[in-house]
Design a protein around this ligand. Sequence first.
Ligand SMILES: CCCCCCCC(=O)SCCNC(=O)CCNC(=O)[C@H](O)C(C)(C)COP(=O)(O)OP(=O)(O)OC[C@H]1O[C@@H](n2cnc3c(N)ncnc32)[C@H](O)[C@@H]1OP(=O)(O)O
Length: 245
Amino acid sequence: MPDERPPGRTAPPGASGWAAPFITGEADVELTPHRLEKRRLAAAVRRIVDAAISMDLSADEVTSLADRLDAMASELSDRPAAAYEGFAEAATSPWADGFFDRSPVLGEANALAPPIRLEFSPDRIVGRVVFGAAYEGPPSCVHGGWIAAAFDEVLGAAQSISGAGGMTAYLKVDYRAPTPLHEELVFEGELARREGRKIFTTGRVRHGDLVTAEAEALFISIDFSRFAEMRRARGDEVEGTTGDA
Ligand SMILES: CCCCCCCC(=O)SCCNC(=O)CCNC(=O)[C@H](O)C(C)(C)COP(=O)(O)OP(=O)(O)OC[C@H]1O[C@@H](n2cnc3c(N)ncnc32)[C@H](O)[C@@H]1OP(=O)(O)O
């Protein structure tokens, strides 16, 4: 099976029977004080979002908080966007080890992300997460769209076990039972098979012993020069054709 890593990527050990995984884990990127503070900022925003929708606040308290946060938001929105290092998702990262702080699902520096914590092994991906009040769909249960987003990310990482990286072509979710908020959930993703550029994956999410949803997804491996184009469109200075950062 061809190894489609961009130039410069080294094959990690493991994954017998397949090409070595495209993504093997979180990058050993130095967590500078600046990066750690960005993670702390995101954690604080996450707590504010949770509190804003779930706390019992009087009308006066809501007004006071809204005024303070509104002033902060105005101060921030005048700033220009910064260039950044890393990728928002594992499936399309050209790195052997990704840095996913900005991911809307995994990103510790993205307040929108629950975040899900991925564990990489040669034959499966496990994602652990507790969804808070902001992710509610049915009463006290996780919104189905967020379950789908979690599968997209976990199966997106699992497809990398094939040795290639690609984009989601389809994602099918079977919701078997309500998935609770405020409880640890364990997502699992595996590579089912690869047929040329088509990479088939399967997965499930468990709450304890109960499987609350199952999923399958097809990823299509892509030419990484397309990501260089996408990153140029984002305004990044990209050398060569790999889109590597
Ligand atoms: C850890 C983090 C992981 C995160 C993972 C997150 C990944 C994402 O969410 S990516 C964002 C969502 N996805 C997208 O935006 C993708 C948008 N779609 C596209 O860009 C393109 O349609 C793309 C790349 C999937 C395929 O396009 P292209 O490279 O031109 O391939 P194309 O020739 O159309 O298809 C290749 C083969 O796949 C098949 N195929 C493509 N799409 C599908 C589909 N939906 N269902 C079944 N088969 C399909 C084609 O029929 C073709 O088969 P064959 O070779 O047998 O004729």
